[in-house]
Design a binder for this molecule. Structure first.
Ligand SMILES: [Zn+2]
Length: 107
């Protein structure tokens, strides 16, 4: 059963409620028993899709051919586009080369 979040429009408090799949009627406010509640957009659903995108990215990078930097770069570009965050070439470069940071001190 899904858990929905509601906000009471009378006392402005938030509460969550387990809701049966058929149940379209919002429950009365947990605090003041007012019937004037509105359902909040599920943060969970949005969070989930972002997480999925990051999972997919991590998976792609794991299975990627590390001896082929240009393919990695291309992949990183595509993924950043998919996530809605355009990265500059420098950012992509540092993302790919970030792995072996701290290895050699040449100073
Ligand atoms: Zn209330």
């Amino acid at each position: 059963m899904p858990i929905y979040e509601y906000r009471c429009t009378d006392c402005h408090r938030k509460f969550s409620r387990l809701v049966g799949s058929q149940d379209a009627t919002p429950p009365p406010c947990k605090y003041c028993n007012s019937p004037h509640v509105s359902r909040l957009m599920s943060r969970f659903a949005r969070h989930r899709s972002e997480e999925d995108a990051l999972d997919a990215l991590a998976e792609k990078l794991e299975t990627a051919d590390e001896s082929n930097p240009s393919a990695l770069r291309q992949m990183a570009k595509e993924m950043s586009h998919e996530l809605g965050e355009e990265m500059s070439d420098e950012e992509i470069e540092s993302l790919i080369e970030g792995d072996d940071a701290g290895g050699d001190d040449e100073i």
